[in-house]
Ligand binder design. Structure first.
Ligand SMILES: *Cc1c(COP(=O)(O)O)cnc(C)c1O
Length: 383
């Protein structure tokens, strides 16, 4: 069966091969082997050593490729390991334009690790095409975009950025962690490369670290194959299997999470303690129309500011259903304080400019009953 003609819900459940062709096992087996016997001299089963190829990881990588409608997928031990591997396709002197509101760990990787190695980064609000255009230099090799952005939920028009990129011979990279291929497929919009923290929605259960790159170009794919086996930060067979298992239910999870998120965001909007709500699914959100154009859903990430700073601690310590913890995307609702957690690596003056201030909280909405999530926030605020 031609997998690419199937709907995304079906692709999620059945993966690339979806079962073990040898035994018929419906759950793709965990090939917990570091190495593989060769049938003879100059002969291979196609598997030599698990850093190079492993059947479980391969099933996962091919699954990611068909989900994102790309040519090839690569699985790594974390989202940061994936982005690190991706940086290895660039050379000293290359310039990359980056969304200014992005995951703090990515900012830290660029500033603390790759700047030293001669890569140049500019940070700009990529939701403004004017800014994107103005950031281009002679040595610009890539745009690195997070949309919706983390934690301010700014939406970048992927197709419009791709157009600018193509006319300047620049690659477009999209971190698609927040919406997943279920809601947004950047490669279909013209992007060259998609990266993911699989730790979040793809895994979905807050139990496994993983990262992915999906590419749509044979040349870049070959480069990444070499990088992946050389740097070695590959995803382990068991973790690959956990990802495959998580991905099967991504469709139902993220739909339920989005439904809850809309309920929670609407409630927050009417709450007198809340100053501003950032959720792309609210029609008055600045990026609402672009979201509707390029994504089939809005996801389940909400940021909001409280009027009184005292409420921050009250909420973080008072929630009982929601967990005060970093990360996002899992079935459990989490609340994060970006200024001191996920975005602490970003200098204060940049954070303030972006709006990542000390009154901002970020919610990752899970699949609990929306009513319980809302009641939990309410009791924490009132207590
Ligand atoms: C978490 C996250 C990362 C990093 O992924 P890890 O799996 O934690 O290494 C990168 N980008 C975004 C948008 C993230 O949320």
């Amino acid at each position: 069966m031609e997998k690419n003609t199937l709907c995304i819900e079906t692709k999620l459940v059945h993966g690339y091969r979806g079962f073990d062709p040898q035994t018929g096992a419906v759950s793709f087996p965990i090939y917990q082997s570091a190495t593989f016997r060769h049938p003879g001299l100059y002969q291979t089963t196609g598997y030599d050593y698990s850093r190079l190829q492993n059947p479980t990881r391969e099933e996962l990588e091919n699954t990611l490729a068909i989900l994102e409608n790309g040519l090839a997928g690569f699985a790594f031990s974390s989202g940061m390991a994936a982005i690190t591997a991706l940086m290895e396709i660039f050379s000293p002197g290359d310039h990359i334009v980056v969304s200014d509101d992005l995951y703090g760990g990515t900012y830290r990787l660029f500033e603390e690790i790759y700047k030293k190695k001669g890569l140049e980064f500019s940070y700009t609000d990529t939701s403004s095409l004017e800014n994107v255009l103005q950031s281009i230099k002679n040595n610009t090799k890539a745009f690195f975009i997070e949309t919706p952005s983390n934690p301010m939920m700014k939406v970048t028009d992927i197709q419009a950025v791709v157009e600018i990129a193509r006319s300047h011979n620049i690659l477009t990279v999209v971190d698609n962690t927040f919406l997943t291929p279920y809601f947004q497929r950047p490669i279909e919009l013209g992007a060259d490369i998609v990266v993911h923290s699989g730790t979040k929605y793809l895994g979905g259960h807050n139990d496994t670290l993983a990262g992915f790159i999906v590419v749509n170009d044979e040349n870049i794919s070959e480069k990444l194959k070499l990088i992946q086996k050389s740097v070695g930060s590959v995803l382990a067979p068991f973790d690959s299997w956990l990802m495959l298992r998580g991905i099967k239910t991504l469709g139902v999870r993220i739909k339920a999470q989005e439904k809850n998120a809309l309920a929670v965001a609407s409630w927050l909007k009417t709450n007198p303690h809340v100053e501003k709500v950032y959720y792309v699914g609210l029609p008055d959100h600045e990026g609402y129309e672009i979201s509707k154009k390029q994504s089939s859903g809005f996801g389940a990430m909400i940021s909001f500011t409280v009027r009184d700073i005292q409420l921050v601690e009250k909420i973080l310590c008072g929630v009982k259903v929601i967990a005060f913890a970093e990360s996002l995307g899992g079935v459990e609702s989490l609340i994060t304080y970006p200024a001191v957690q996920t975005h602490s690596a970003i200098p204060l003056e940049i954070r303030e400019r972006l709006g990542v201030n000390d009154k901002l909280l970020r919610l990752s909405i899970g699949i609990e009953a929306a009513e319980d999530i809302i009641n939990d926030l309410e009791q924490a605020m009132e207590e």
